[in-house]
Design a protein around this ligand. Structure first.
Ligand SMILES: [Zn+2]
Length: 278
């Protein structure tokens, strides 16, 4: 969105002694905090205290906000999320497995005893006991455990996926909303949408570098805008990305200037030429 930012720029100490490090500082002077559902409630008081003590504005973004922000861009939220997950070494991203914050954490014996005692005390109450033992949910659970289906299945409607043409089944009230069989197909359907490691943009760029290699090696630095223009036009046409920094991020791996982009393409051409002459 063409706003410059710094990540985890500084740690602040609040008047109650709590330390707080906002996620992002924007060039506009505003702070941005990215929060999951669980730590949102927990951290809210801290963030509000920071806002009032330092007289600043903090925007808290949750996943739904990020999805909304990314919608008009050429990027696909799921792609970015997967790339980010693959790159980060931090725990706490996943619902299960090694990156879940509770992975390998067990309750202590005293905590287990407390939970047991609480459950026992609750069960002493005859009203609770009655309700618990006759709960339809509990009965259904037991039925399913012994392999018996509970109740009749809701009728399904068969639809054809608009991307892979396979048929899939949905419950009636979702039939009007579903067009694709899977998340995979729905991402495929977002035409022109891309990711931060898009191989299509890379191959467009490298093909351009090979075709225009003479120009790239003789180029003066003040001509770079004109030289790269045809490439940017074709990327714009296919992917709707205009920003050279974003294109650099995708091709080189970091957002860089036209000059660094040029050097990257030159060394690519040299590598390819070197490999073929050998
Ligand atoms: Zn499909």
């Amino acid at each position: 969105m063409n706003i410059a930012w710094t990540y985890e720029h500084k740690t602040y100490t609040l008047s109650n002694g709590v330390r707080y490090k906002p996620d992002f500082l924007l060039e506009t002077g505003e702070y941005v905090e990215i929060k999951g559902v669980f730590n949102f409630q927990y951290d809210l008081a801290k963030i509000q205290r920071f806002e009032s003590e330092y007289n600043v504005k903090v925007s808290i973004l949750q996943e739904k906000d990020l999805r909304r922000l990314i919608k008009p861009t050429p990027f696909v939220f799921e792609h970015l999320k997967q790339e980010w997950k693959a790159r980060t070494k931090v725990r706490g991203m996943d619902n299960f497995g090694k990156r879940n914050p509770m992975y390998g954490v067990t309750q202590s014996e005293s905590t287990k005893a407390k939970i047991r005692a609480k459950a026992k005390a609750r069960f002493e109450d005859p009203a609770f006991r009655e309700k618990f033992l006759n709960s339809p949910k509990r009965k259904a659970y037991h039925q399913s455990r012994i392999g018996k289906k509970t109740g009749t299945l809701v009728p399904r409607i068969s639809l054809i996926c608009e991307i892979c043409q396979r048929s899939f089944e949905v419950v009636q009230h979702k039939a009007s909303k579903r067009r694709f069989c899977s998340k995979h197909c729905s991402i495929q359907a977002q035409h022109g949408k891309t990711s931060m490691t898009d191989s299509g943009i890379r191959s467009l760029t490298y093909a351009f570098a090979l075709t225009n290699s003479e120009q790239l090696f003789s180029a003066k630095l003040n001509q770079l805008k004109d030289i790269f223009q045809p490439l940017l036009d074709s990327i714009k046409k296919e992917y709707n990305i205009l920003d050279i920094r974003t294109i650099c991020q995708i091709v080189v791996g970091i957002p860089c200037s036209r000059k660094e982009f040029l050097y990257h393409l030159r060394s690519y051409v040299q590598n390819v030429r070197g490999a073929t002459t050998n």
